[in-house]
Design a protein. Sequence first.
Length: 247
Amino acid sequence: MSDLERIYGVHAVEALLRHHPRRVKQLWLAEGRQDPRIQGLLELARQARVPVGQRERRELDEWAEGVHQGVVAEVSPSQVWGEAMLDELLDRCEGPPLLLVLDGVTDPHNLGACLRTADAAGAQAVIVPKDKSATLNATVRKVACGAAEVVPLVAVTNLARTLEKLRQRGLWTVGTAGEVEQELYGLDLRGPTVLIMGAEGKGMRRLTREHCDYLVRLPMAGSVSSLNVSVATGVCLFEVVRQRRLQ
């Protein structure tokens, strides 16, 4: 079993059973848990012919890095998409694409939250650099509440080069920077858009910034100078959603 990953939490495991059942090799439940949510997981496992076993809750506690809700699945290793798959993703888009780039976001909780928001906003993919970035793990999947199983995470070797390729395909690159004059709400985001969020504190790297068609900021009225990156990502993504719904 050493080649398998452990995914925990009801939402994350349910999403795997619904969208990638072949990856799930074993489902473990805490002894005594028989509520309706668990019955739904058991039915999905039955349909996918996934074996189900029980373990003491303290044993599941040792397996999981966070709150497992009495549910742990052993699955085949997660797949992070390569940059070559971006063209395929864009070719499948029926409307103007929306991509989210996270430049230097290393906290798995923030990555999971951004994946969840990207899914809710209808983004086609989340792009991260291979180096100095969080990647898919059990914590990310738990925080993402199933979004990590449906939103492709694309890890690229050279983010600046990837952004240039996306620009050549007709996408507008929009970066966020707190010191600029242009506000997010004054920019037309209805076309093909790449939204770029930098790391908290440091912001975008220089080369990433140089490949932005526009730089925008969120208006801040209070005493704090910035928002958590996952919160700021949600604000920006849903401004895109708002504008596109008005078309």
